[in-house]
Design a protein around this ligand. Sequence first.
Ligand code: MRU
Length: 361
Amino acid sequence: MNVNGTPTRTIRPAPAARAVDIIDQTALPHDFRWLRLASLAEAAHAIRSMQVRGAPLIGVTAAYGVALALTVHADDATLRQAVATLAATRPTAVNLHWALARIAAHLAPLPEAQRADAAWAEAAAIAEEDVAQCRAIGTHGLALLRPLAGRRGRLQLMTHCNAGWLATVDHGTALAPIYAAFDAGIPVHVWVSETRPRNQGLLTAWELAQHGVPHTVIADNAAGLLLARGEVDAVIVGADRIAANGDVANKVGTYLKALAAYAADVPFFVAAPRSTIDFACASGADIPIEEREGDEVRVVHGRDDAGQPAAVRQLPASEAVANPAFDVTRANLVAAIISERGSAPASTDGLLSLYPEERRG
Ligand code: MRU
């Protein structure tokens, strides 16, 4: 997608410099800046600290993290340690573990002398596949959204968190159909929920503004009212892990939107590529939910009037805080899963209709 008119992806390898460049998402929406990752430790830190974030992008970054490690040493112990270090960064998004398993399986049988080059190539292949899959999600999602536009002349959508191109390599998952609808000339408006405590909704607003898509930011708690009032034609979100039965883990607050959408008879769509589906995970109850540090809730970060980074402590450190980063939406609340292969009901049969090669027995 474009930043100030320039085509841009979220991550760009610089193998000659033994490095990879990322957009520092902790600086957005205030500053757009690149950050160079030159080691396994820096890649792991970028994922843990959410300089890169979003399920597909952390998978791609982890693959490049393996390449960074193997550029220094390519023995089995280094490969194992790189995979273990990166796997420990964030637990919920299965794309991370999927990408690490894929690159490790690709590299392990190779002679050490070939591993570094092969790691850079495999990481690049994972990134390219992500771009193609997100583009396809946009096409399939548009087919679902288009018929909803007729009702009031414009398409009123709601999303949560950021499942746009910033969360992937390009295009996004939940935002890909929105961009496709906008580019097809459908009058679109997006309700963007702030997504406390990390405010990923502000990244969504920044993205949509860059593309010229009309949108309005709302406090998370306003979503129910807008849905109940009939001001939303569809809710569309991404996912961090989809269990084999169609249960969906996504950014905390997703579940409340799904409940409110269900009550208002508004379709609730989940857009995600194959790398987000965990066929080994029977149901949402088996998905590990990341618990992040309490200061994300206690301290609000922003900019002061001079544009300088500023932090406001709204709670003392002594105040007990719970900060689960994700929640689980049961499959029965999801109208459809939109993947690169098309859309299907959120159910075991629905997912297997998209990926029949996963059928066992
Ligand atoms: O904690 P984050 O910002 O990494 O969480 C991101 C989300 O929950 C996204 O909705 C999800 O990863 C889908 S991204 C295409």
